[in-house]
Design a protein around this ligand. Structure first.
Ligand code: AMP
Length: 415
């Protein structure tokens, strides 16, 4: 299968070949022809599957063919959950659109920065808008743009849009759109709320599921290392050194932890930066560009960063703290092994986190063998958890505790 056979214009083919897209990924091969025909698409696609180009290419082609009628009228609207993803999707559109005979205006809109430059930028209209829902609504309320001419709506990472509490904003944006339009819906997971939204939005969609296809499955080695809470930073330092990672994205639970872990790594001479939602947009952009350019070895991030960071050839992701949900786990580990590259995703499993990780494994339908690293074997025992009846869970030694005790006495500790 080649890009030529998908019916794309020479200008778009030139742009794909310049981006070194040799052949379409599975989602592109299926979504592009359907979207070019004007059909709705329901894509169940993991991060790294090439889904951005799967919707950007047909949108650009259709716009290039028809736009002359009503230029600068927001014909395509792409809703995304985070600013980073907005910037990234906007970049992809710009790259792919660069050789079109008539330039298209692409506006990228997100919160956390002053609204005025975005309002100025929208003067004279835009053909394509990539936006987070809250800022988009602000701009609509300021009459900076109208959405009555939207022909194609994309919901990118729909599961995350709902996770981040954008359901109300989404409903309000939908009210602004014409009823007759094309809908392209992409999500990595389909819990009931996401499925409900898809059912509500889509008309006879072409369903595309690419997870199971080996050629598009990112090659991610998942590892789970048992370690005590207090030994996680030394273990991280050990792994960075031993594995020779040029870059690693480390996930922690809180903004405070991003700063603490960054500080400890810096003390050890490792070039690290914190990345969390309270940084200014300028600071976030700086960290990402330093990381992409390999001027920075480690980024310690909260889940805010889990979406939308697309760093080519990121060799490793570490879950220093486990994510809250299985969905977040998928998104976090999707930051490595992108676009056919291999990568490793390591989760630190403290005794207290074991039960939670098992739940994540169950939801994912996977089992990651537990490992211990010599010198970092855990000795902590999970803290007892009071159950609803007032009793104490975890009071009796678990199977794992018994195995650990056996290990301490010289027996086997593998689980
Ligand atoms: P996405 O899933 O859209 O975030 O894309 C993940 C990565 O794959 C990005 O770095 C894209 O530039 C890259 N990519 C997208 N399509 C292709 C393709 N056909 N061949 C190679 N790389 C691609």
């Amino acid at each position: 299968m080649s890009f030529e056979s998908l019916g794309l214009s020479p200008a778009l083919l030139r742009a794909t070949s310049e981006r070194a897209y040799l052949e379409p990924t599975a989602i592109q091969a299926q979504a592009i022809p359907a979207a070019l025909r004007g059909m709705d698409v329901l894509g169940c696609a993991q991060t790294g599957s090439g889904k951005t180009a799967a919707f950007a290419l047909p949108i650009l082609q259709r716009l290039a063919d028809t736009r002359r009628d009503r230029p600068r009228r927001v014909h395509a609207l792409i809703l995304v959950p985070t600013r980073e993803l907005a910037a990234q999707v906007g970049d992809t559109f710009r790259h792919l659109a660069q050789y079109l005979p008539e330039p298209l205006k692409i506006a990228v809109l997100f919160g956390g920065v002053s609204i005025n430059p975005q309002m100025m930028g929208l003067r004279g209209g835009a053909d394509i808008v990539v936006a987070t829902p809250g800022r988009l609504l602000d701009l609509v309320e300021h009459n900076a743009l109208r959405l009555g001419d939207v022909q194609t709506l994309v919901l990118d990472e729909a599961d995350r849009l709902l996770d981040l509490g954008f359901a109300d904003e989404l409903a309000r944006v939908l009210e602004e759109l014409p009823a007759r339009r094309q809908n392209l819906f992409f999500s990595a997971t389909f819990p009931p709320a996401v499925q409900g939204l898809a059912d509500h939005l889509l008309r006879d969609p072409v369903r595309i599921e690419v997870e199971a296809e080996p050629e598009t499955q990112p090659d991610i080695l998942q590892r789970a290392i048992e370690v005590d809470t207090a030994k996680r930073t030394p273990l991280l330092r050990h792994l960075i050194k031993e594995q020779g990672w040029t870059r690693v994205l480390v996930f922690v639970a809180t903004k405070y932890a991003t700063e603490l872990v960054t500080h400890k790594l810096s003390l050890a001479g490792i070039h690290a930066q914190a990345f969390h939602g309270e940084l200014s947009q300028g600071a976030r952009t700086q960290v990402l560009s330093d990381f992409k350019a390999s001027r920075l070895q480690v980024v310690v991030a909260t889940d805010v960063a889990a979406r939308g960071i697309d760093v080519a050839r990121l060799p490793a992701v570490v879950n220093y703290d486990l994510p809250r949900s299985a969905v977040d786990y998928t998104h976090r580990i999707g930051r490595t092994g992108r676009a056919g590259q291999s990568g490793v995703a390591i989760s630190f499993i403290t005794p207290d986190a074991e039960a939670h990780f098992r739940l994540i494994e169950k939801r994912q339908g996977l089992r990651v063998p537990r490992e211990q690293i010599p010198g970092f074997e855990p000795v902590e025992v999970a803290a007892p958890v009071a159950d609803v009846n007032g009793g104490i869970k975890g009071k009796r030694p678990s199977k794992k505790d018994k195995l650990r005790a056996a290990a301490a006495r010289g027996g086997s500790s593998s689980t």
